[in-house]
Design a protein around this ligand. Sequence first.
Ligand code: PMP
Length: 420
Amino acid sequence: TEMKRLEEFRCQFPLLESQVYGKPLVYFDNAATTQKPAKVIEASSHFYETQNANVHRASHVISAKATTAFEQSRTAVAQFINARSTKEVIWTSGTTNAINLVAQSWGKANLTKHDKVLVSVAEHHANIVPWQMIAKETGAEIVAINLTSSGVIDLKHLKRELSANVKLISVNHISNVTGKLNPVEAIINLAKEVGAKVLIDGAQAIAHHRIDVQKLDCDFYVFSGHKMFGPTGLGVLYGKQAILEAMPVYQTGGEMIKSVSFVKGTCFNELPFKFEPGTPNIASVVAFNDAIALIEAHRDLIAKQDDELTRYTYQSLCQIKAVKPLFDGLPDIPLFSFSVDNQHNQDVAAYLDSKGIAIRAGHHCAMPLMEYLAIDGCLRVSLAPYNTKQEVDFLVSTLQGLLSNEQSIEVIESAHQEGQ
Ligand code: PMP
């Protein structure tokens, strides 16, 4: 029955049935974006077919319906991450947009040339460049914390950098390159000792681990819908209400105002609308509810399958001598970064692609981490619970095929040279 539940789970994702170059698709690029279940795809069309209207302008019935569905999704997200109130859930276009919002609003209002922002060397560019921009404007300093050999944020280094000048620690929950869970609870406690705020980039954690923002007690938690079976172009900024209340508005326009007057000036709307200018991504917000429902309905299955696939893939890849993982030990989600001896990353990815296996090669939007590790890039295989052990076996045998071909080519070439 476990097998059956897994099959049923997988069956909900139509794109997984596709073929590429006439071969079955093996989709191992889930850290970039996950596939979408039929329910999410249908919810989006259903919205356009039956409820399409703008929200919060309820002078007619369809608009009222759209607004209800839109706000139901917000309630679902608040419950999903255990926020105290829907006022703490701001719709953004993604993780990137959420971090830019915090940098431009909170950062501009709170950082000075005496202050420091701590990040880690393993941040996605989305959690580096917005801080670099605001540092340029405010004179604040950005300090990058190193990793341990197993690829998690080094708490010893973090403690050494901690001082009353640290105003913010902005780090990933799980990196999109290491696949390792960072000690965010410890980081949040350390931040409290010096009165610093903490932003957690949950883009990679949200689909795999249950997130409880009250238990974590972080100030901000950000993530994207598209990495958790939801639509693209949609993300969430969670922030503690008191902090969001005190933050100045970021972008301005319709929806985020209470009143606008050339005579009396402009009065901004209350949370969460204060940070949601313009017409939002309504169809995606509505469809996102089905992605959340899918995760909630399959919590146990997802946890178990993540665990199984993590162990199985790790053991299988480590059987290949030429495969060199970037970090020691098992990752905390089924995400593996490695290089292959004597092979260019792009060549390996292209070969796998020709066999129907989708993986990613390159710097993974984490160039400072590549710099830190003194590498150009790496290969990344990232799985979702709909992936199977058979797909992992196929990856391994395909990689072995590539390597033995290369060897035989080398053998033939060297025999040829010797013969000459
Ligand atoms: N942070 C991390 C850890 C990520 O993996 C990603 C997506 N690769 C992002 C931030 C950016 O997310 P988005 O592109 O959805 O804004």
